[in-house]
Design a protein around this ligand. Sequence first.
Ligand code: CIR
Length: 255
Amino acid sequence: MKCKRAIVRQPGRSVINGLSTSNLGLPDFPLLLQQHNHYRRILESCGVELIVLDSLEAFPDSCFVEDTAVVNPDLAILTRPGASTREGEVKEIAPTIRHLFPRVEQIFAPGTLEGGDVLLIGNSYYVGLSDRTNREGTNQFRALEEDVGYGVEIVPLKELLHLKTGVNAVDDHTVLVAGELRSSPIFETYDRIEVPLEEDYAANCLNINNTVIIPAGFPNISQRLQEYGYRIKTVEMSEFQKIDGGLSCLSLRFF
Ligand code: CIR
């Protein structure tokens, strides 16, 4: 699907206190802002018009807008993050989503769901059952999306933060797979490019209008994607990686 627009949110200073399991240290705020700017320019260079929201100091992780809503041409769903410090981010983005999309639904308690757990390939959704997205959340999501004609398959996760930490589509029939999803039978129907262990972080990539955007510093996956004929662009993500943030979570992309 052509991506015409995307929502991003300016990181606030509090971003350095974002949730993290990485042991990579605290992000350097000025460098993180430079990387965010570069990320925005790369999206624009792929033909995407950006809607830039103001920073929210009260919510350290709020630049990871992808987790707060899931949108397609038929429906927008406001999520309910499983991380309690992130729940309030949804109220903050809701007016923008309601302004942009004609039909908006919502995940309700006790359901939880984060957009990082939701991968769309063609008309099929894959939804990670993770520490952040619970069974009730996936059930609500499934009912809403099946109603508008999308398929929904649940992917139980044991280790990954989000589904898209370990699998992303580089086109409608090819996925990059990493970590526990390397051998998952769920993605067997796709051509699979296995990401080597030391480059796991690069599994979170984005295909924007036929350009695959990957994090800088992962030579193996970069070379293999080029050998397969993909056009690639890279962006430095070191400061976001320190707080478990991947490429996809920094934007909410739509049509
Ligand atoms: C969090 O733990 O919620 C943030 N520090 C990182 C969120 C990354 N989101 C994503 O991969 N979709």
